[in-house]
Design a protein around this ligand. Structure first.
Ligand code: GSH
Length: 254
């Protein structure tokens, strides 16, 4: 086990609510790897991430002196460090390349949707951002962070390229994306008894999307919604009615 290989407990650098961080945390739990989670303040990772773990986005990890940045590189490293249970099918299996490709899509494409939609919710109602902190231990008391929430929300939106156009396009694209995910579950590539890397990547995104009251009804009841079962309950809520109702007209008609 990892404890025998390294004297120091691996550290996961994260942001509260972050979905790729949740995917990595679930993989660590699945493999019974003890780790220390360090929650950063939003945007602080740009300054201190390079020093702490060698990157400017989370998740980042340190295994002793080794630093790994990004949910997919971390998943690959975890499989090297602790083989069981594996996060991917065996390389010889036909599903191997498909699961890797679904995971890549989950990281490069699907991951952006909650980012844009949360940023749209936070800029409209900055107080909702605090609900995502849950019981995370942050380096500043919440009372001190509160006055900075409106500016933080605007800066996060700018950094992610989130605006009304990107968010309404993400909602419009969601039904077809969910059809794809339901299809992969139907093919047996995802949704098994034990999560694989694609389940963790996409399930964490769905779980975060389902904290947005206006979006949740689009996912509820679909097979895709079952992928959230690999995760503990999430803190945070943007109540229904915060996002403009016209954004929901296209998916409702579909
Ligand atoms: N696709 C990358 C994305 C990482 C990413 O963008 N993480 C967000 C949090 S969910 C972040 O660090 N955002 C801050 C920023 O870009 O400044 C991964 O899965 O590791």
């Amino acid at each position: 086990m990892l404890g025998l290989m390294s004297a120091t407990v691996p550290k996961l650098y994260a942001l509260p609510g972050s979905h790729p961080c949740a995917a990595v945390a679930a993989a660590l739990e699945l493999k019974s790897i003890a780790f220390e989670r360090v929650d950063l303040l939003p945007l602080s990772q740009i300054l201190i991430g390079p020093l702490l773990y060698g990157g400017i986005t989370v998740p980042g990890m340190r295994f002793g002196k080794e630093r790994v940045v990004g949910s997919r590189p971390i998943m690959r490293r975890l499989d090297q460090l602790v083989a069981q249970p594996p996060l991917l099918p065996q390389p010889g299996e036909p599903s191997y390349a498909r699961v890797l490709e679904i995971e890549r899509w989950g990281d490069e494409t699907f991951q952006q949707a909650p980012r844009h939609l949360l940023n749209s919710g936070f800029t409209r109602r900055p107080a909702t951002m605090e609900s995502y902190v849950g019981d995370a231990k942050l380096p500043l008391p919440r009372g001190l962070m509160r006055p900075a929430l409106p500016l933080t929300a605007r800066l996060m939106a700018r950094r992610s390229g989130s605006n009304d156009a990107s968010s309404s396009a993400d909602i419009a694209a969601l039904p077809r994306q969910l059809d794809r995910i339901d299809g992969w579950i139907g093919e047996g590539l995802m949704g098994g008894e034990r999560a694989n890397a694609a389940d963790l990547q996409i399930g964490s995104t769905l779980r975060l999307l389902m904290t947005i009251g206006d979006v949740r009804p689009l996912i509820d009841g679909r097979p895709a919604a079952q992928l959230t079962r690999y995760f503990p309950p999430i803190a945070g809520e943007i109540p229904a009615g915060v996002l403009p109702s016209q954004w929901l007209a296209a998916p409702a008609a579909a």
